[in-house]
Design a protein around this ligand. Structure first.
Ligand SMILES: Cc1ncc(COP(=O)(O)O)c(C=O)c1O
Length: 368
């Protein structure tokens, strides 16, 4: 039995009858960049997140960049974040000329550990950038309290967490601003690049709207030097169709995660912990195993595809060697990166496929 981590071709087959007329509508309206599909998507996604504003962009990375700029991050500021993330989280800090300051993770959730934040704050700290990794909300209450105490801004990296809930509220609207990615592998995915900045703050939204389009506040009125970070009409048209299915897809992801947890109970592995007060969007189902690469190879031999998110924490990437942070600096993030293995998880998988994966994982690992 083949079990892929993703099956975008099958998903397209299911959606084709809706997608093609929507793309045709974009062509007939010749609204290729921004335009009415983008505006409609912005409204629908803001409603979904429970935020006042959504500014649609051409990538999640652009959302992080504009989000940090809108929150006042400038050259020589420091931004506190996690080393256990995709590089883009940290790149956006660098784009602002600011310095990333890492704190280690809570191994139970793989997210930034709020208990470690305060000791990393200096007079140059301007913002905290928590990541809701794998769709699991970071612990936002203590993060917000620390931010309020030290007059810091908070930007949520919700690239992997569309629809996840923290204490009943959807992520993206929990702090000053939130960012989403619609990269094709994400839970809500475009047919190309896409991203968004969500916020309840009028000033943040106003800045991001101008900044995504060369600093324009009206046609050919450039108030400042901005960027070309605009969303394409085609992407918004696709995202609107998929957004209508997102709740059902997320519910299926959560059901698959429950099934995995039940079937893997007692196997020689560790699993991230779900706080019962929250709702993980299950972008990934990650297991932690001691001999990860061998386990992955044995699953590949059984036609089960796996991915490693992520094999190396950001502070050990060559791109950030100039920070001079040697192995051992963030032991818990490093341990997670050595052991993490993402099993197949997408709404198109059958229970039989999940049972097959769990059976093979148990077989490869042996019982505790
Ligand atoms: C945690 C995280 N942050 C940021 C990004 C960047 O998003 P994008 O690829 O849309 O620029 C991604 C996804 O790729 C991500 O997973």
């Amino acid at each position: 039995m083949k079990v892929p981590v993703l099956d975008l071709k099958a998903e397209y087959t299911e959606l084709r009858d809706e997608i093609l007329p929507a793309l045709d509508r974009v062509c007939r309206n010749a609204a290729f960049v921004l335009g009415e599909e983008v505006e409609a998507f912005e409204k629908e996604f803001a409603d979904f997140c429970g935020t006042k504003h959504c500014v649609a962009l051409n990538s999640g990375t652009a959302g992080l960049h504009l989000g940090l700029l809108a929150l006042g991050v400038q050259a020589d500021h420091e931004v506190i974040t996690t080393p256990n993330t995709f590089l883009a989280t940290v790149e956006a800090i660098s784009y602002c000329g600011a310095v990333p300051v890492f704190v280690d993770i809570d191994p139970a959730t793989a997210n930034l550990d709020p208990k470690l934040i305060e000791r990393a704050i200096t007079p140059r700290t301007r913002a905290i950038l928590p990541v809701h990794l794998y769709g699991r909300p970071a612990d936002m209450d203590p993060i917000r309290e620390i931010a309020a105490r030290h007059n810091l801004r908070v930007l949520e990296d919700a690239a992997q967490a569309h629809g996840a809930r923290y204490r009943g509220r959807r992520v993206g609207g929990l702090t000053h601003a939130g960012m989403f990615s619609f990269y094709p592998t994400k839970n809500l995915a475009a047919y190309g690049e896409g991203g968004a900045l969500t916020t309840n703050d009028d000033q943040v939204a106003k800045f991001a709207r101008a900044a995504r389009s060369h600093g324009q506040t009206a046609r050919y009125e450039h108030e400042f030097v901005g960027y070309n970070y605009r969303m394409q009409g085609f992407q918004a048209a696709v995202l609107r169709i998929k957004l209508r299915r997102l709740c059902a897809w997320t519910a299926r992801r959560q059901e698959i995660a429950r099934l995995y947890r039940r079937l893997l109970a007692g196997a020689r592995l560790e699993l991230p912990v779900d706080d019962p007060r929250d709702e993980c969007a299950y972008h990934q189902f990650v297991i932690y195993v001691s001999n990860r690469n061998a386990v992955a190879a044995q699953l590949t031999a059984r036609e089960i595809e796996t991915v490693v998110h992520y094999p190396r924490p950001v502070h050990l990437q060559p791109a950030y060697s100039s920070l001079g942070l040697p192995p051992g600096t963030f032991p818990l993030a490093e341990r997670a990166c050595e052991r993490a293995l993402s099993l197949p998880l997408h709404p198109g998988l059958t229970n039989e496929q999940i049972e097959y994966v769990a059976r093979c994982v148990r077989e490869v690992l042996g019982e505790k």
